[in-house]
Design a protein around this ligand. Structure first.
Ligand code: HEM
Length: 369
């Protein structure tokens, strides 16, 4: 399959990755300003969950909207209202497209992808019209300013052209939404399935935090909650084959010769579910990340973001989002199966796409206070 929707290799990738990393950091990635955005967004999400008044609902759309708004505020410079039709269709097309990438319906995927290209051209066009080089609102502005500067000094032959802008924006939006939101949905599903583990998370949260807002700095005092977030990422294994790569030179790996230019997939499943690394690889077992005294422990085989030069660019952001969204939701709601469905009946079979998502399901979010 030709993944022309992803960044290319070589110089163009290097430039785009470096620029995206620097600028996303400038617009808050991994910093307090980003934490504040996430906290603000959790309040919008809580409002949506409350509207269901404890009745069963599909968490997919609200979760996608909340998570997507974080990357939107960094890329476009502002968040969207959840009922904005432009936003709903952008998120919906990205979400469906990610599922189709693992299926034979590649033509349908490209229809959705082209729809998102059109929408993004419009959004970028609006930002271009109101661009102020003294005050960049987000990644798109920063890219447009760099493009203008380079065109003046070096002419148009550089990597900062409209196609790379569009591709990078679409990729950041896609990579920054589905992955994190899917992981959070797995987390809530595991909590509904394993109520005793949910009890332990909620006991820890009420003991350490009470009713105030959780902050990133609290993570070190919440080892059990942190372990549950890690175990969710490990067992959910949402990107089992990471992304395809091409070997840039001939290489011999574990005795196998691989020719330059061969497409290779780093199989993250092989570490996340490795029987020689994990005591209970197929079970939801937060103790994988705890020592005998209940302290959090890092594990070498925990590689959900992959490793190396092409590892996930958004790891810092994703880890911040996972922790704050998950613990804030668990502070406010008790997650249970719909009435008439037992915990045993909650299905953990994943649905295969570019990512492994939970099979469509509903949960009740019963307000705790
Ligand atoms: C739980 C959340 C996430 C998981 C599990 C995840 C996982 C991954 C994985 C496995 C890869 C492929 C690495 C490889 O092929 O070796 C990747 C790449 C990437 N991720 Fe994430 N990701 C997450 C969230 C994010 C977020 C929030 C962003 C937004 C900034 C992001 C942006 C990217 C980009 C741009 C790439 C491509 C990097 C490149 O090609 O150089 N990811 N991610």
């Amino acid at each position: 399959m030709n993944y022309c929707v992803l960044w290319s290799n070589g110089d163009s990738w290097r430039e785009m990755r470096r620029f995206a990393l620097t600028n996303l950091r400038d617009f808050g990635m991994g910093k307090k300003i980003c934490e504040d955005k996430i906290i603000d967004e959790t309040q919008h999400l809580i409002e949506v969950f409350r509207k269901f008044k404890g009745q069963a609902f599909d968490t997919n759309q609200p979760m996608n909207h909340a998570v997507s708004n974080i990357i939107c505020s960094m890329v476009y410079g502002s968040r969207f209202e959840y009922d904005d039709p432009e936003f709903i269709s952008l998120v919906e097309r990205t979400n469906t497209g990610t599922q189709l990438l693992g299926s034979p319906s590649i033509q349908h995927f490209f229809q959705l992808y082209n729809g998102n290209k059109r929408k993004n051209r419009e959004l970028i066009g609006r930002l271009r019209e109101t661009l102020n080089s003294e005050m960049c609102r987000g990644f798109v502005d920063a890219f447009l300013v760099r493009k203008q500067q380079l065109e003046k000094s070096e002419g148009p032959n550089n990597h900062f052209h409209n196609d790379n802008l569009l591709m990078t924006v679409i990729q950041l939006f896609g990579a920054g939404t589905d992955t994190t939101s899917t992981t959070l949905r797995w987390g809530l599903l595991f909590m509904a399935k394993y109520p005793k583990i949910q009890d332990q998370v909620q006991d820890e949260l009420s003991r350490v935090i009470g009713s105030r807002q959780v902050q990133l700095a609290d993570r070190k005092n919440l080892p059990f909650t942190d372990a549950v977030v890690h175990e969710t990422q490990r067992l959910a294994n949402i990107a089992p084959m990471a992304l395809p790569h091409k070997t840039s030179q001939d290489v011999t790996f574990q005795g196998h010769f691989i020719k330059k230019g061969t497409t290779v997939y780093p199989l993250l499943t092989s570490v996340l579910l490795d029987e020689t690394e994990w005591e209970r690889p197929q079970s939801f077992y937060p103790a994988h990340f705890l020592d005998n005294d209940g302290n959090f422990v890092k594990r070498d085989a925990f590689l959900p973001f992959s490793a190396g030069r092409r590892a996930c660019l958004g790891e810092g952001l994703a880890r911040m989002e996972l922790f704050i969204f998950f613990s804030t939701l668990l502070q406010h709601f008790r997650f249970t199966p719909p009435p008439g469905v037992s915990e045993d009946e909650l299905d953990l079979t994943p649905r295969y796409g570019l990512t492994l998502t939970p099979t469509p399901h509903k949960l009740c979010a019963v307000p705790c206070f």
